[in-house]
Ligand binder design. Sequence first.
Ligand SMILES: [Zn+2]
Ligand SMILES: [Zn+2]
Length: 702
Amino acid sequence: MNALIPGCLPHNLYFFRKLLQPSITDNIQMHGLCSECGAYLCKFTGQLITYTCSECGSILNCKDIIKKGSTFLMYPIDQQLKILLEKVGIGNRMQSPAKTDCINDISGGSEYKKLSINFPASLSLTCNTDGIPAFTSSNSSLWPIYFIINELPLRLRHVHMMLAALWVGPSKPRMDSFFTPIVECLERVHDHGVTWINCGREITTKVYMTLVSCDSVARPLLQNMKQFNGEYGCGFCLNSGCVVAKGQGYSRSYAHSVAGLPEERNHAQMLQHAETALQSGSVEFGIKGPSILSLVPKFDVVRGFVPEYMHSVLLGVVRQFAFLWFDSTSNDKPYYLGRRIIQIDTALLATKPPSNIKRLPRSILSRKYWKASEWRNFLLFYSPIFLRSLLPKDYFRHWILLVYSIFQLMIIPVTMSSISSAELALHKFVQMVQQLYGIEHVTYNVHLLTHLAASVERWGPLWSHSAFFFEDANGKLLKYFHGSRGITDQIFRSFIGASHLLRLSTIYIENSSAVLLDQIVNIATFCKNCLRVGSNVVCLGYSTKRPISACELAAISQLLNCSLSTGDVTEYQRAVICGTLLHTLNYSQSTRRRDCYFVSKKNQAYVLLTCILLEIDTGSDRSVAHEDLRKFVLLAHPIHETQIRSFDSDVNENLSYHIKKAVIDCDTVVALNASDFERKLFIVSDHSKNLFSIPIPTFELD
Ligand SMILES: [Zn+2]
Ligand SMILES: [Zn+2]
């Protein structure tokens, strides 16, 4: 930063840390739990006081509590929100819900709409907590509590994520204790709002916590109920489950009884069960007692949770079935694919995804190490193509029910009808697991699929509230984990410090010269080999001059509706159109990516051949501005697509409607304007070199 803007930041790390200290230190609080029973004690003030635990009666002094590691740090969210709103200026980026009946983001969900959130009068938060094992000898795990602001655009939700609290220890904290000061804070920001100054005007914004997105380990802890392996272990319905033999032991299966679907849980009933459990001292329909989150204003202790698809579907169901197909333990089963791994790998490893899919495919043999995003790519793009001719027909038709549903719950627009067909397909998928694979494979993750469509209707598409955001932050937390002394403090400060950097950078860059700022943000002057053409096109790399061919000339003349003279044209291999990177087919072949396939506004698929920059000769007419004399044209082969049919009579839909067989028409060259470009396309080649096109839904961070 100093190289760009001299003097904008202190010269060394010591002074830099010092600069960060006041804003962080002033706001960080330490809270103590009883080291005997885990009950919440109080906020530490720095004085040596003796405390008496109200639950177990132990007498403790704060030195011992700190020594035993029974503390956690908290940075109240009202103070963080004030900084984000006042200093970082996120208020300008807040979105109001789009006026559409589609559920295209969290703000389209029915539960979200009930709260009538309207910034700056109000805003809403999604909360996450999860246990992260620290990969050191210390045997510790980290439990952060994060919040994201739902009204920010998807990308910024992640950038402005708030770390509200952090516990580090050999055991997990008692959730009711860990959340006690957080819930107090949530009550405060709901009742009194956050007061902040915008251009000299005081504004009060009410804050709601609407949603908690976490995995099936943290969720029952927060709902104060049994985990999925216990009786009535589903937090969404009253399916009791049954114990069945599995492998060497037993496990709980959530197969549906013949009597029909189990009753859904609801907020009032959950409170009732908690009350009964409290009075009787026993577990009532899986509920052990009241959830601490039932104290959060307007929060629904059933609908305020989601099955969270990254854990339950990608790392749950998709991984479960892939392991069933490929593991040698299934070698006598009709669905066993262990002998086909080499064949699948050959096609898989030859696949070159477009650059918006971050990870390149890895071998099936290393599936143990696949990340959630790799399972997502396997589900949506690879499995429907590569398994089509390998899995027995019934098994493949069954799998496609899942591929179809998850795609439907991710691709925009998400409509009520796409949600209801996904729901039908998911129920059928779950029902058939028992017939095709056996009752022991109707796991809790499989059962959670029956609650997935409802969660999208309530809270928007799967990606709008998935745990991908938080997993990324968890990775960063682990990076800050250096030693064993004062770990919590160290990680917490580093994480908060990094987010403060953003605030500092906005302050310093604002105070610097406008020219320098322009150089940083304006890619056109910052990057040497690029040329901006109009507002939405940037050509990248070196250009070449070459004579235009007859068929290119004909295509361009047709597009521009004028006759052009032959001669040299300027050609580019790469361009950024409306923020999307495109390569020509030729250039793509030298990379590990295929960024050459795209769809036009008229929904026609193409493969990009070249980007041409024309100087248009207007004769003696000098009134035309210089920019209008340059014309950017894309030349491409059209791709003919034919829909694949996997019609399912129960869902009453073609489950492969989005997957098309693709044939490139190499004899035709078409010219297109940059404004005709709509989005990129993923083309996958199967074992017999047939091409298939699949649209790419919105993704969270990989
Ligand atoms: Zn105690
Ligand atoms: Zn359930």
